[in-house]
Design a protein around this ligand. Structure first.
Ligand code: SF4
Ligand code: SF4
Length: 160
């Protein structure tokens, strides 16, 4: 439970995922549940796809019709609370996650996939690592994840 151990429950997680039809293409998922004074996700989106409104404490809402999955909001979120997900086929989902630890993974490596409780749940393939100057030290890691973990996977860990 988010209020007791910081881990969102399934209902909270599902509340941030769109209908399946949307995630056949890459879409941003904002796991930002608290009312906090923050809005870089909204102001950084070039497609006006994240709505917060006049009250900066309002939790962000993604317009999945507008979101292109570009990933700009992911590295602009100071809370590392956004990732991109796409259902590729019956076997794999593709994620783009923020990552600020070193060493960075390398394309082609296999890392551990970790859930929101910090438990290793699967192995994932590192497809791409992006870290440009404008990302300000928040790398974007593109990861291939077995489809059964699409609602559980959240990050990576190097030790298999
Ligand atoms: S992924 Fe790109 S288009 Fe989608 S909400 Fe983030 S910045 Fe906007
Ligand atoms: S930038 Fe991140 S932490 Fe801030 S409101 Fe947006 S999703 Fe939440």
């Amino acid at each position: 439970m988010l209020n007791t151990n910081g881990v969102p429950d399934k209902k909270q997680i599902f509340s941030r995922f769109p209908d399946k039809k949307y995630i056949l293409k890459p879409k941003a998922i904002t796991e930002c549940y608290e009312e906090i004074p923050c809005n870089p996700c909204s102001t950084s989106c070039p497609f006006d796809a994240i709505y917060i409104g006049e009250d900066i404490n309002t939790a962000p809402i993604v317009d999945f019709e507008k979101c292109t999955g570009c990933g700009i909001c992911v590295y602009n979120c100071p809370g590392l609370a956004i990732f991109i997900v796409q259902e590729l086929d019956n076997e794999n989902a593709r994620f783009k996650i923020p990552y600020e630890l070193i060493p960075l993974p390398i394309k082609g490596e296999t890392w551990s996939g970790v859930n929101r409780a910090g438990e290793v749940i699967t192995k994932v393939l590192i497809e791409k690592v992006s870290l440009t100057e404008k990302q300000d030290k928040t790398a974007l890691i593109q990861v291939l994840v077995p489809i059964e973990f699409i609602n559980d996977f959240i990050t990576i860990r190097s030790k298999l």
